[in-house]
Design a protein around this ligand. Sequence first.
Ligand code: G
Ligand code: MN
Length: 388
Amino acid sequence: MNNVETIAPPRALVVDDDEAIARLHARALTLSGYQVQTAPNGVKAMEQCANQSFDVILSDVDMPEMNGLRLLEGVRTRDHDVPFVLITGRPDIETTINAIEHGALRYLVKPVELSTLVKVADDAVRLHRTAKAKRRALDLATIAGRQLVEFSDLTTNFTRAIANMYLDFQPIVSWSDKAIVAYEALLRTKDAGLPNPGAMIHAAEKLDRLPELGRRIRAQAAEALERMSADTFLFVNLHPLDLLDDELLSPDAPLSKVAHRVVLEITERASLEGVPQHASRVAAVRKLGYSLAIDDLGAGYAGLTSFATLEPDIVKLDMSLIRAIHKEPTKKMLVRTMVAMCRELGIIVIAEGVETVEERDELARCGCDWMQGYLFARPGNPFPGATF
Ligand code: G
Ligand code: MN
């Protein structure tokens, strides 16, 4: 757009109540490459200025209705910059002073030689465009500067938050066995700059520091597993872009060594399609011994395509499907259908966000046995003595 603007012909407005002079001046400017409009007086000129912008205005001083000086005043109320050239047949000292006070660029005396007129107009346009370009550059520099400050604040906050992050653990229970079968590791931060896990993940995305966050989460998860009983599984949330981190796929990574006890949750909210070579990366993760879960199923994003892509071992139903399920036949039907389908496919279903006894009992009636939610336990640290 800037290019178009620089190569576009300059626009001039010629204002004169003497039609012959207006035409003469307009013709000279047109021949020099200007797009010219004319106006017979200040009032008309003001109207034209309201609808469009000009690169230069050349106006007679003595005109009926609104003279050149009043026009200049009027133009200045809406545009501080447009070069204004006054032309008069009867120069006097008072008008000259007035013209300068109101910011006229030049003051020419009739008859104006046409080459002078064009030269004055050319100089005016050049000046105006340079000033505009400078202002735009300054604006851009200010925006860039502000972004730099924001980026650096975010970097500071993120660096502090990642140093202080920790994991909480929420049990996943088998209702029929009345037993804890697994825990989900949940990212937590007490940093005031990035007060919740969502903000931290968002910052990591913006700063291109997702691998750092993912590695730290997985290292702490590995540490936690050492303190859990050997038959307990740990669910660890994976950002889809973590699949691109070679550390995840390294057999020497701390979590890889206990992969057979880990279920990696991949949220259905973000599409895997944007991750290059996701199929082979998912296969490599499996080969290390990890199990895979689809997280937040039914939150209404990617649909069911993730079933085919991931071939999950476990599916976690989003809490929006669980909330008040005992009162909502559609949710009941959806959960029943999911449970039946998953049973056929050999997939375990977990209901997330179970908060009430009514929800729990309805889920049990729907055939969903594994559950997680505040009803059973809030996320916390059930492994005292741990350093994470
Ligand atoms: O996307 P994911 O399912 O991983 O997110 C789990 C989040 O849900 C955690 O932040 C956890 O604290 C929260 N959570 C866990 N149980 C419940 C619950 O019963 N009700 C609500 N509202 N939130 C829960
Ligand atoms: Mn999860």
